[in-house]
Design a protein around this ligand. Structure first.
Ligand code: C2E
Ligand code: MG
Ligand code: MG
Ligand code: MG
Length: 296
């Protein structure tokens, strides 16, 4: 037996449990009351529209990204704790909280800015595995006053691995309420191109791994180009994830990609920092410096 995270709660640690396993067990234990203790925060990262040139109107929407401010460990990545919360079922309560928080924030920005601001929320396969998600989404919209089309639900291809029919039906029900659906990390999972046609989705987000190889040319460019063409033929929006360099952005514009998200434009940040941010000038839109006059 060992004390977990300095709290007066005991966690059973099996004899010979590895350091990593102990670590995971204590994290899992702390997760149980993290929501009640107000340790979660939502950060927001803009998605920009390549076709808009005025920097203040470039943000298409903001993706809500969950953060756990752990009292001893500091910021814990969702990649680390979301799987634990899925295994325990806690993702249902946490995910509902993210939906309420993000829709309320988008409604606040909409009122402040005087034009509709969209928000995208990541959904876990566990959330999509239950009918409860329909009520959770409807309640979040009702309580925030956000219009359904201002909310996008992001799901990864992995949610489709299970019961494709049931998940598709639930996504279709959600879309029938007017919310939008995006396939996240597209290209990394099992679904691939052929699924796109059958899925009730509005947007495809091309996985960062393909974008990072873009400037190198070759197969990454061919693949991204194919995804963009296919999405366009199906009438879907395309977002390139993880755009970090101007070279990548240039290739994407050449391929007629419409939306981009990445550190080149904005990092995920707390809501109050988004509210006051002066939109960064996009490098390609900054007028080229006048040619230097070289004295004769
Ligand atoms: P995701 O939905 O694909 O989110 C994009 C991730 O890429 C975010 O990581 C973001 O910080 C990161 N990112 C954005 N632009 C760049 C870039 O230019 N370069 C690089 N290297 N990274 C970039 P984050 O916030 O750590 O989230 C990781 C994953 O955790 C998310 O991937 C999503 O699958 C999951 N997640 C986050 N929030 C939630 C949530 O509320 N619920 C659920 N179920 N999952 C969530
Ligand atoms: Mg996402
Ligand atoms: Mg993604
Ligand atoms: Mg991703």
């Amino acid at each position: 037996w060992a004390k977990a995270g300095g709290k007066n709660r005991l966690v059973a640690y099996a004899e010979g449990m590895s350091k990593e396993a102990q670590d995971k067990a204590s994290l899992r234990d702390d997760l149980a009351d993290a929501l009640a203790r107000g340790q979660f925060e939502v950060f927001y990262q803009a998605t920009i529209d390549f076709r808009k040139h005025e920097t203040d109107s470039r943000a298409k929407s903001y993706e809500a990204l969950l953060r756990w401010r752990h009292p001893e460990r500091g910021m814990v990545s969702p990649l680390e704790f979301v799987p634990l919360a899925e295994a325990s079922g806690e993702i249902l309560a946490i995910g509902a909280w993210v939906l309420r928080t993000a829709t309320a924030q988008a409604a606040t920005w909409t009122a402040e800015r005087g034009h509709p601001v969209g928000v995208a929320v990541n959904l876990s396969a566990v959330q999509l595995g239950t009918d409860e998600i329909l009520t959770v989404v409807k309640d979040a919209l009702r309580d925030s006053g956000l219009r359904p089309h201002q909310l996008t639900l992001e799901v990864t291809e992995s949610v489709l691995v299970g019961d494709l029919e049931a998940v598709s039906a639930r996504l279709a029900q959600l879309r029938a309420t007017g919310v939008l659906v995006a396939i996240d990390d597209f290209g990394t999972g099992y679904s691939s191109l052929s699924y796109l046609r059958r899925l009730p989705v509005d947007t495809v987000k091309i996985d960062r791994s393909f974008i990072s190889d873009l400037a190198l040319g070759g197969s990454a460019t061919t693949l991204v180009s194919t995804i963009i063409e296919l999405a366009r033929s199906l009438g879907l929006d395309v977002v390139a994830e993880g755009v970090e360099t101007e070279q990548q952005a240039q290739v994407l514009r050449d391929l007629s990609c419409t939306y981009a998200q990445g550190f080149l434009y904005a990092r995920p940040q707390p809501a109050q920092e988004v509210s006051t941010e002066v939109p960064a000038l996009v490098p390609a839109l900054v007028p080229a410096p006048a040619a230097e006059v070289v004295p004769a």
